[in-house]
Each structure stands twice: as structure tokens, then as C-alpha cells.
Design a protein around this ligand. Sequence first.
Ligand SMILES: *Cc1c(COP(=O)(O)O)cnc(C)c1O
Length: 354
Amino acid sequence: MDIRFEKREHLKEKPDQKNLGFGKYMTDYMFVMDWDREKEWHDARIVPHEPMLLDPACVALHYAQETFEGMKAYRTKEGKIQLFRPEMNAKRMIKSNERLCMPPVPVDMFVEAVEELVKVEKDWVPSEPETSLYIRPFMFATESSLGVHMASAYKFVVICTPVGAYYAEGVNPVRILVEDELVRAVKGGTGFTKCGGNYAASILGQVKAEKQGCTQVLWLDGVERKYVEEVGTMNIMFKIAGEIYTAPIEGTVLPGVTRDSIIHILKDWGYKVNETRLSVDDLMKAGHDGTLEEAFGTGTAAVISPVGEFVYKDDKVTVNDFKTGELTQKLYDYLTGIQWGSVEDKYHWTVEVC
Ligand SMILES: *Cc1c(COP(=O)(O)O)cnc(C)c1O
């Protein structure tokens, strides 16, 4: 791919690495390319990260024809920069785009765009423990026209933001509200895609959860509101009587890269992993009778996030005395060790960029 480079006059000042938060600071540059029917993908460029001009009738603003991805670049002790399974993000975006009738970005093109941008922004990849450069590829319909239809023009953009540890106080268990009224996804819908519309519809659940002192929502299946599916931006796993349970990938749950990696590791460690439906009643029962040993969310942003308590209607169960479970911690240390290059990557999941 030919990538044009447009230099900025002045580079931004880098923020304090000890206080990065999540998604607050944008780097100097972004990758952009355009698609139309005649030229398909064209004019790939790395240009200053700046506001974009959009027609107010731009399709994405009205009908949410938009998809995105989330991944990270990690700096190793030796100062190298690496990505984690970037092809999985590329392939998942193709699946999301198929569902939303958007043109695919071929896997090599996606990975090249990310790698070239990371090379330009290498000084933005932080080095403090547990920090990384969060990368956000996304695509949206740019055609201006108010008819509901498959748009004829799109932009693919990649932006980056240096991020700190997802939870400022370290890996601490969170309280989760099981949402028994609103739903996130149904089969045949867009639950398996990373599209903006899914998140717009989930914010109300998040607001409700926060009002009840919870940090996240656990969504149930959209038909019976009976089976546990996933958390706002994470897949979720449970350790019950020594075995692992997580929702199957059947069209309503996002197929997480972290989920897939953790399942590989758990199976290698000899755990039985059940990708089956688990009812919220069985989950609460396991919580009350003491067989629910651990619970944790998995996702790129937080990696592994232990759950300390589930609140469901007027019932609640505490997990492992609200402490991070032994297996949860071991998984966190092992997977983040691979990502930051301190543990041997025997799965060949990391890709060195520079
Ligand atoms: C992004 C996301 C995940 C986690 O996927 P990863 O590839 O592990 O980051 C899980 N669920 C939802 C709804 C998501 O948006």
C-alpha cells in the first residue's frame, strides 16, 4: 500500500505517563483512507490528528453505519514495540462490516495501516508498567444523503491514545448489575459486531448500574432474559466447581480476542472450558452454595477484570469474598506477561512492529 505522509508543524507535548487514564490524549497522527465504488480503497495517508469536516447529512450520523476495533501496542522491557494478534481484529472487522453492508478492509491492508501508524507514533507508546498505546481503527459511511440505504462512500480511520492501567487502583474486583429488563443483542441482530449502535443502546443499562453502585452491566440473552451473555465491553467467564463456563459465540456475544486467548491458555493448563449457556439462576445458586469460585471479565482494555459481586433483582452474591481469585490473577499475570514481553510467547501471538 502506498501511504502518503503529511507532517505536522508542531508535535504535541506528551502527557504524564503516570496519569494517562483511558482515551484522554490523542497522538499526533492518524491513518485515513477513502472508499468509493469506482476507486474502492484509495488515498491512504498518515496525517495530523485533527477534526474532520463532515456534511451534516453524512449517513453515519443518522443511521449509524459505523464499525470499530480496539487493540493495543505494547512496549517491552527491551524497548521494542509489539501488537497482540492484530489479524484477529482485522478479521473481526470484516465480519462486522459484512453485517453492516460496509466494504471490507483486507487483512493485510488493515494490519499494515496499524503497523505504519504505530511506527510513526512509536514515541507515544508509553513505558511505565501496565501502560500501552490503545489503537482504535474505525470505519463509517460518509455519503451525504438521507435515504436509508447502503452508502456509496466510506472512510477507514485509525487513531491512537496512550492509556494507563484500566483500573487506577490496580486489578480490583468490581460489582456488577445483572440487567433483567433492557437487552443488548438478539440472534439475527448485531451483537457479534463491534458497531457503534450496540453501545448507544447499552448506555442506559450502564447508567442504571451506576445508580445502584455497580460499575458494569451483565447482559442476559435478549429472548428469555435467562442466560448470561457478556458485560458492557468484556466477555465474562465463571469458575464453578473447578470448571470454566462462558457464553458460546452464537451471534449475540462479541467474539473477543482476549476470550479466545484465555480459553487457549485455560485448556493448556488442563481446565475444562464449557462454552455453553449458563442461566442466571444457576449462577446465583452457585454463588449461594459456594461453588462459584471465581468470575472475571476479559477484554483488550482491562485484560482481565475480576468480579466481586453480582446483583440480580433483589438478590446478590459475593464472589471469593470480594477478592481477586487465584486463577484470575494467574491468568492476568500470564497474559499481560506475553503482551508486554516478559513471558515467553509460545503461542506466537505477538507481532513485533519496531
Ligand atoms: C470489544 C468487546 C469485547 C472484548 O473483545 P476483545 O477482543 O477481547 O477486546 C467483549 N464484548 C464486547 C461487547 C466488546 O465490545
